[in-house]
Design a protein around this ligand. Sequence first.
Ligand SMILES: *[C@@H]1O[C@H](CO)[C@@H](O)[C@H](O)[C@H]1NC(C)=O
Length: 487
Amino acid sequence: MYTTIQAALTSIFSLLASALWQAMERLGRGGVTYAIVGSLSPIKWFTPIQELPVELLHHIFLLACVPCQRHSRPLECMRARCEGGGTSSLVLGRVCRDWRNVAWGLPDLWQRLDIIVTKTDHEDGFSRKVQLIKEWIQRAQGRLLTISVQPPGKTYGGHSPHPIFDCLALHSMQWKDLYLHTPDDCIQILNSAARGRVPCLETLYVERDRGARRSKPPLDFIADAPSLQVLDYSEYHLPRAGTRNSWPRLVSLAADEGFGSIEALQLSCPNLQYLRFRDSEGNALSFPRTHFSRLKSLVIKKKFWPVKAFKAPALESFAILDPPPDEFSFRDLRDLMDVSGCNLQAFGILLRTAYEVESLQNLFLRMENITNLYIGSYKATDYHSLVRIIPRMLDPGVSEDDHRGILLPKLEVLQYCTFDPIRSVHMVNMIKNRWHGVDGLKGTGIAKLRWVRFRKWKEEILVERLKEEIEQGLRVTYDLSYEDDLF
Ligand SMILES: *[C@@H]1O[C@H](CO)[C@@H](O)[C@H](O)[C@H]1NC(C)=O
């Protein structure tokens, strides 16, 4: 018991110490900071803390409970064991009565609620957890809420946390950001209790529980969500096109199927900037192409048809990942570029078939402004193209004599994710030439390659041969995986 308390206190001290630094720095009293932080040793900690004015204590508590900025989702925070946010407000309240009074009276501390549903919660019928949630929300005094609900592992294992969703649904007018892992009965609760009652909802991440595998239910509770900005759903359908109002503020959508047609999607979210199609079946091809005037980033995974359905003149970043081999064609990729007239800065392609190198080269000729390129391959026997031909194609020292000029002259970041490690001299030469420049081409505006990334290997294969360049500042890393988000 003693060690637990000790550990809790120590973590509060470190939180407080960093919070204090920030607080005092903001107040411009650097000299005092040293005195206070220096006195935060477990032995004599409370004397100076208790003498702090309540306003300063407020400030410190708020800083100590600031949510982590490094992760976009609370679940990632929990996995990375980030401090801050989450339960710090409760921990602060446990230290002493004075602190509890301060913490309880500060609604800003209670705006974020991370709920992990445990087996114990299920065993006592959720009554304690629901009570805690009620009190927590009460302390937020009507502030907007960021809420996450997750199972302890990957699934609830058949134990639906529906009483928690019943309770949360009563407060849907306060929802701002939701990160949910949901069995189907909980989505039904939201659909019946919260529909038309989510005026402030800005972010929704929703993942369906693995236990549920009947037909995908619609997310009807967001049919009318005028503030929605970010939507990321998998294994669900959007509300049917005829029944949903538009989401004029929606800028980022990671979509499964179940959005209706591409035209319907465009009507629902005319201001989309980031669109990611996940792995799923379905084909919602539209003719003519649908015009997404603000779309900057498009990622298409395990499908190919959307390539033929879009016109996106503002597109800056585009990736096609593992398209079905029988549908894929370079010609359609070129058509998308040509019809859109876009000026791409980042491009990614991952194939499980052999590369048609000539077609890839023709495509690159239309992408003169690319600074970031990803090339991926699942195919082990495509070694010759990946190790020899493509690196030579990208080598300004080799393509010097080509009348079409240097391919991708602005390339700064090259990501190369292949099944086998790349050890070829062609790759080394290309990297060296793009780093040093090539005699005769100096001053022609070829960018310096800054960073080359390869797939994770135990040993870093090219590092020895690029020692000189690395010393001069080139980054060569072996940190890519097939699951990474590219751009
Ligand atoms: C590359 O950028 C230049 C200058 O911004 C622009 O004029 C040109 O059209 C761009 N090229 C492509 C293929 O978009």
